[in-house]
Design a protein around this ligand. Structure first.
Ligand code: SF4
Ligand code: SF4
Length: 155
């Protein structure tokens, strides 16, 4: 395990700086020093903002997509989509925010489950750059080209 700080939640200059036995939390750029971190977890326990998470050194393998899980995920995503549509039909900024939030939740569900690829312009640029370079044997050039040709890129 090692500690990771979410900078946006961090209020700076408090407890983790004092409890860390190795000084790993006290860095110029606010990113916890992974080399010095021993994974003791004291910083995460002491943080009043919940800004530090303990992360495993090796992530567990993705769970197989068994049918009941896929069905539950689809049902949840559909429900979020319906809520987006309902909120979008209402006037006002709160309804607009609600619609957007439901869209993001539905997309997150699908993305985290491995059913959705990133569709930003950055991905298009990355794929284009990858294809322009010479590659070692085994690079899935055809797959990269297919992604570039078929992904509905949007921002
Ligand atoms: S987990 Fe322990 S060693 Fe690592 S940064 Fe936090 S307090 Fe320091
Ligand atoms: S204890 Fe939490 S809020 Fe305070 S400096 Fe550390 S990470 Fe930031």
């Amino acid at each position: 395990m090692y500690a990771v700080r979410t900078i946006r939640l961090c209020t700076k200059d408090c407890l983790c700086l004092y409890v860390c036995p190795t000084g790993a939390t006290d860095t110029e750029n606010s990113v916890i020093d992974r080399i010095r971190c021993t994974g003791c977890g004291l910083c995460a326990k002491s943080c009043p903002s919940g800004a530090i998470s303990m992360v495993p050194d090796v992530m567990p393998p993705q769970q197989p997509k068994v049918a009941p899980v896929v069905a539950a995920m689809r049902s949840l995503a559909r429900s979020k989509s319906e809520q987006e549509t309902a909120a979008a039909a209402l006037p006002g900024v709160l309804a607009a925010a609600l619609a957007r939030s439901n869209r993001v939740m539905a997309e997150d569900l699908l993305r985290e489950a491995g059913f959705m690829l990133p569709q930003s312009g950055n991905v298009r640029a990355e794929l284009t750059a990858m294809l322009a370079q010479p590659h070692s044997e085994g690079f899935p050039r055809e797959a990269a080209q297919k992604l570039l040709d078929t992904l509905p890129f949007n921002e």
